[in-house]
Design a protein around this ligand. Structure first.
Ligand SMILES: [Mn+2]
Length: 323
């Protein structure tokens, strides 16, 4: 069986996950194994779900990297970079990470994006030059750190990089993210944004986005600063996190229920422009239900047929956030 020299597991359908994988791939081919051709590199998207996250296939390479996704103590993991508060499934996993003190495994839950954290870490440790990827690093910080000037620009997608964010989140094409990772590892973001494999599938996805924006606005009810939004009938796995804040700036928290092919999901968000009013750590809340994320944004996965359970959890959390 074909054994890749390097396999990169990345947070799937996430701009920061894709950008982290592209950054690592460029670093690895410039600094670790110069001359390594792309046909010897495997790319594998990782999704949160119920049950074990890493199967045998996650360690198919001679070297195995995981970026913008959970840690695993499996000895076959060679490189790891993450910035999620919920990076460790158990305390034993966290102890294993700290005890190993590897110079190839890094975690900073304060970093806004895994992409720039990774780039700056390997710059400082290995003398690698991330300058050619500057544009990608900056956009990963804006998108994953919710550093948009306002909610409107995050919803109206006022820059091609934000359209790419939508494409990555909404596309059902399994080849899209791997292709983006290979391209973004070799060429500036601005150039890749003009490619037809990016611009062509965007048409229908932008149209669908506008419909979702309309639906969210219609269903939005904000009570005590908390918006509960049930989109489980729309067959979506990811929804733009900012629609509610653009529609009603009084919204401090959003609790959203979705149902995709592989999971039902409850997403928790907090208004990036009202962080002074955030009183809860959303990662801590999600962890109680087997999920995780960051203090300001998190999620929990359930089985696809557990939609009633997801709705009940969403309702309990909304009550808790209103207190
Ligand atoms: Mn991230």
């Amino acid at each position: 069986m074909w054994k890749p020299a390097l396999q990169i597991c990345y947070h799937d359908h996430c701009f920061d996950g894709v950008a982290s994988a592209a950054t690592f791939l460029r670093f690895y081919r410039e600094e670790v194994k110069p001359g390594l051709t792309l046909d010897r590199v495997a790319l594998r998207g990782m999704a949160h779900r119920t049950g074990p996250l890493f199967d045998e296939g996650a360690f198919a390479g001679e070297e195995n990297a995981v970026v913008d996704f959970r840690f695993t103590p499996d000895p076959r993991l060679t490189w790891w970079f993450d910035h999620h508060q919920s990076a460790f499934e158990t305390e034993a996993d966290e102890r294993a990470f700290r005890a190993e003190a590897s110079d190839k495994k890094f975690w900073d839950p304060k970093a806004k994006s895994c992409t720039r954290f990774l780039a700056w870490t390997v710059r400082d440790r290995y003398g690698w030059d991330p300058t050619p990827l500057s544009e990608l690093l900056e956009w990963a910080e804006v998108i994953d750190g919710a550093q948009f000037p306002d909610a409107k620009s995050a919803v109206e997608l006022t820059h091609p990089a934000l359209e790419l964010m939508l494409l990555i989140e909404a596309s059902k094409d399994p080849e899209l993210c791997p292709r983006l990772i290979r391209e973004l590892s070799q060429r500036p973001l601005g150039e890749v944004l003009r490619e037809s494999f990016v611009t062509e599938p965007l048409g229908p996805i932008l149209a669908r986005h506008r419909e979702v924006v309309k639906t969210v606005r219609e269903r939005l009810r904000v009570e005590g600063g908390v918006a509960e939004i049930d989109l489980s009938d729309l067959a979506l796995d990811n929804v733009n996190k900012f629609i509610a804040y653009a529609a009603n700036p009084e919204t401090v928290y959003t609790v959203t229920v979705t149902r995709g092919t592989n999971r039902s999901k409850v997403s928790l968000g907090s208004n990036p422009w009202r962080q002074d009013l955030r009183r809860h750590n959303l990662a801590n809340i999600a962890e109680r239900y087997g999920g995780g994320g960051h203090p300001a944004v998190s999620a929990m996965s359930f089985k696809p047929d557990e939609i009633d359970k997801a709705r009940a959890v969403a309702s309990d959390i909304a009550k808790e956030l209103r207190r």
